[in-house]
Design a protein around this ligand. Structure first.
Ligand code: ADP
Ligand code: ZN
Ligand code: ZN
Length: 741
């Protein structure tokens, strides 16, 4: 029966097409099936797909039947479903892979949508009667507690009676307790944290007054109280009975931040971050799906939560690079948040002290309403910044005598010092002083490009920061057998080692990706220092929104590498980093001081930043980008390819370029005849031409308008998938790439 109704599915496989299946036995396909999860056979495996359409089998062969639906109703529908389909189109990525990225792992793998009802425990009648005669012990203790707190929720039991589950099981077996679904407890009384100042108040009012889609840029200096503005706007959103989604960088999501939200808003805050189990993530997603989760605070992938009662989206530190996914489906959470807010017809707030140039350009063109907070909130003044010329100065672990003196003074006055060096490990390389040999990664180096291995563990180990390979340091030079191996330059470990010796009476705490793993590690580091005098040494992990009231001095050790980088975004990133690190100093009553060590004190970037601030820098940088034809005045797509065989990636990309160029001549395209509407750069070897044994190359395509670029890509992709080489090399397409490597 060739014209039987069929189900069309998106499956989580790296193939561009959708797949047709016969319905499960006894089921008649209907439009209400769209968005439901369906288990299907695929080759020898079973996969979970999402129904995208109802069709008819036009082929000669009968289709394989699907095995069964996983949900009684569509899991994806309405705005989220529309937005995800838009995203797949925008990224030119397979819909099945986009959906797999958007769904929590447990749901993608076919687990049922978790039960998010609230359960409370009561003593049964039997329990009441038995209470007086129970033996001493944990069950009795818990029963007595339940007698005073009937219907207490499991979440509160976790909090107030840790380890309550075995005891309740004992009581349950004896029929002495009962579990019932209860209504959500009334929200706790929100606590007003502080009185907003005039700028905060007018920013909050503008957001609260907004009706429908309205993007805001909350442009506020570090410590200006942006979080208080968010909280005010979220409170108003909750009062209207709506949901709020808050995106934060991974490092910003601390228990302290969550409890600040909880206290101020009085409702449960649903956090989503990489430290949760699959089950916990699915639980938050389900609670959002049902509209029960009122405030969701999460990192990048939280941008995919369903918001049936959406009222507000906030993207904190919107300039942060962690919002862009660097592999798989390369979405940008901030940009997708804007798309969703538009589809949901709600306001969206992008907050930062150092807005991205993309966002500033949008504000300049009037697409975003700009709200400014120009003063530090808690009465603190902005830190003073001094550029320190270290040419010809004697350095100890990279630190000048003046910097060491300033650290000593800060400690003596009872304050804390932060020493910033954006380089983890002990030293960036290991060199033989006798013959010139240096330790390089055999899997990442080529004949013309040496990829150095970083020295770790006080010189004992070597690690490649590109591919992750580790080995122990050689005892003698492998080339000449000499014993003159010397670590070159300074990483955070070496600076820590030096400071611990120089300031032996004070704690020295290192904060970088090697020392700070696991979700609470960062907070534990800060807690261990508390308000006592001491030194923090670290990488950009230290740059992000932490309030350290007793921090009075920031020393920036090495930034010169960033001043002359080839990547067009590197100056923007450096400026943001400097302003954010400097912003850690003097956030409370004590004034802050920042020392910037450099060999290039006259560099225009530093001069503009010091004398004009971030916005003067940004204006100058925007003009340069415009003149050079770079984003935000151009649109980029980066096609990457890699393979163990050296010539394959270049050949594949060459072919891709030819296909695009041939397409430009096609009369069917609206920009036919405009020969230079697209610009090409490459294919060329990638800036890191080899990683983990794979040879890498890239082709950059640019256009002054978005539309022709996307039309050309939409044409190219099916042709690319059809190339025989496309199955041999690993390749990927990055729309709006942040890094060109
Ligand atoms: P930002 O997010 O802009 O860096 P925060 O919202 O974290 O700043 O505020 C910085 C500090 O100032 C916090 O300790 C906060 O409690 C305090 N603060 C914010 N607004 C006010 C205000 N209106 N009055 C007093 N203190 C404030
Ligand atoms: Zn040697
Ligand atoms: Zn390597």
């Amino acid at each position: 029966m060739p014209s039987d109704p069929t189900l069309q599915l998106a499956l989580p496989v790296p193939l561009p097409q959708l797949f047709d299946y016969a319905p499960p036995e006894g089921h008649t396909p209907q439009s209400a099936d769209i968005g439901r999860r369906l288990r299907v056979p695929f080759g020898k495996r079973e996969l979970v797909g999402i129904v995208t359409a109802i069709g008819r089998n036009s082929g000669q062969q009968p289709l394989r039947p699907a095995l069964g639906f996983l949900d009684p109703e569509p899991l994806l529908h309405g705005e989220l479903w529309q937005s995800l389909q838009w995203l797949a189109g925008y990224l030119h990525a397979p819909l099945g892979e986009v959906l797999a990225t958007a769904l929590p792992t447990a749901l993608r793998q076919g687990e049922p949508l978790p039960d998010t009802a609230l359960y409370g425990w009561y003593l049964s009648d039997g329990g009441q009667q038995a209470l007086a005669h129970m033996r001493q012990g944990r069950p009795r203790q818990l029963a007595e507690y339940l007698a005073t707190q009937p219907g207490i929720t499991e979440r509160l039991l976790d909090e107030h009676q840790p380890g309550w589950r075995p005891a309740i099981r004992t009581l349950e077996k004896r029929g002495q307790v009962e579990r019932h679904i209860i209504n959500a407890p009334p929200p706790a009384t929100p606590a007003n944290s502080c009185v907003l100042n005039t700028e905060q108040r007018s920013a909050a009012e503008a957001i609260c007054k907004a009706e429908g889609f309205q993007p805001f840029l909350l442009d506020g200096v570090t410590g200006s109280g942006k979080t208080e503005v968010y909280l005010e706007a979220i409170a108003a959103c909750l009062a209207r009975g709506q949901q709020a989604l808050v995106l934060v960088p991974e490092i910003g999501l601390t228990p302290q931040m969550l409890s600040r939200f909880q206290r101020r808003l009085g409702v449960e805050i649903h956090a989503l971050h990489s430290g949760l189990s699959d089950g916990e993530r699915a639980h938050v997603w389900a609670a959002a799906w049902r509209g029960q989760a009122r405030v969701i605070v999460g990192t990048r992938s939280s941008v995919f939560v369903p918001l049936p009662k959406a009222g507000l989206i906030i993207v904190d530190e919107e300039h942060d690079g962690s919002y862009k996914q660097f592999d798989g489906i390369r979405y940008h959470a901030r940009d997708f948040a804007l798309v969703r807010a538009k589809a949901l017809n709600i306001p969206v707030v992008l907050g930062s002290a150092t807005p991205s140039l993309e966002t500033l350009a949008n504000a300049r063109q009037g697409r975003f309403e700009r709200l400014r907070l120009t003063q530090r909130a808690a009465g603190a003044s902005s830190p003073t910044v001094r550029v320190m010329d270290i040419r010809k100065r004697p350095l100890q672990a990279g630190l000048s005598p003046e910097a060491l003196q300033a650290i000593g003074d800060a400690l003596a006055a009872g304050g804390q010092a932060l020493v910033f060096k954006n380089r983890r490990g002990y030293a960036p390389s290991l060199l033989c002083h006798d013959c010139g040999w240096s330790a390089s990664c055999p899997r990442c180096s080529t004949e013309s490009h040496v990829s150095a291995m970083t020295v770790h563990h006080h010189g004992r180990r070597l690690q490649c920061h590109h591919c992750g390979q580790r080995r122990s340091s050689p005892p003698a030079c492998p080339a000449c057998g000499g014993l003159a191996l010397q670590p070159q330059g300074n990483g955070t470990e070496r600076i820590e080692e030096y400071l611990a010796e120089a300031f032996a009476d004070f704690p020295v705490i290192r904060i970088d990706r090697s020392s700070t793993q696991g979700r609470d590690a960062l907070q534990k580091h800060f807690d261990s220092l508390a308000r006592e005098p001491g030194i923090l040494v670290g990488t950009q992990m230290l740059a992000k929104g932490h309030d350290l009231p007793n921090l009075t001095l920031v020393v920036v050790v090495g930034i010169d590498e960033g001043l002359y980088s080839a990547d067009f975004r590197s100056t923007e990133k450096l400026a943001q980093l400097l302003i954010q690190v400097a912003g850690r100093a003097g956030r409370a009553s004590k004034p802050g001081q920042v020392l910037l060590q450099t060999h290039h004190p006259e560099h225009p970037l530093l001069q503009t930043l010091i004398h004009g601030g971030y916005h003067a820098f940004a204006e100058a940088e925007l003009s340069e980008r415009e003149a050079a034809g770079f984003p935000p005045f151009a649109y980029l797509a980066l096609l990457r390819a890699e393979d163990k065989q050296a010539e394959r990636p270049m050949a594949f990309l060459q072919h891709a370029r030819q296909l695009v160029e041939a397409g430009l001549d096609s009369p069917s395209l609206p920009f036919h005849g405009a020969a230079n509407v697209l610009g090409f750069s490459g294919p060329v070897p990638a800036p890191h031409p080899r990683r983990a044994g794979y040879q890498r190359a890239q082709l950059l395509i640019s256009a002054s308008q978005r539309k022709p670029l996307h039309q050309a890509l939409a044409r190219l992709l099916p042709q690319l998938y059809a190339l025989p080489e496309a199955r041999k090399v690993r390749w990927s397409l990055d729309i709006d790439p942040l890094d060109l490597h």
